[in-house]
Design a protein around this ligand. Sequence first.
Ligand code: DCP
Length: 124
Amino acid sequence: MEEVECGIEKKAAAMAAAEEVGRKEEAAASDVGLKELSRKLNDFAKARDWEQYHSPRNLLLAMVRKGLADWDEAEKEHLGEELADVLLYLVRLSDICGVDLGDAATRKIVKNAAKYPAPSKEGA
Ligand SMILES: Nc1ccn([C@H]2C[C@H](O)[C@@H](COP(=O)(O)OP(=O)(O)OP(=O)(O)O)O2)c(=O)n1
């Protein structure tokens, strides 16, 4: 009897450990960097010989077409897929145009802050 209980405990511990690994993998996937996405998209296009179709114009048109889709709040999963497509096309477009998107976006946030300063909180 004790042996059976020990076996069940071991199985529960293994399942908890697997769940923890799954959670960590999920967190890592949602925290993926732009350079990693860029590399994956490049591999994806190369493997299919699709580089010929990925001109800046085609990528921009594909991005806009995805962005024009009906965005229904009730269909969160579908919305996520459409927004993911927009992001992937944008990352690919940036790569094709030789733009470091992470760097450009970070610089632009700094520029935006200088252009649109937040109201001072002093005396508020
Ligand atoms: N020439 C292409 C076509 C597709 N893709 C990749 C980038 C997008 O992430 C995804 C888009 O594929 P679809 O246009 O088939 O879009 P969906 O999968 O959303 O299908 P649908 O629009 O029919 O719902 O595939 C790509 O890189 N280059």
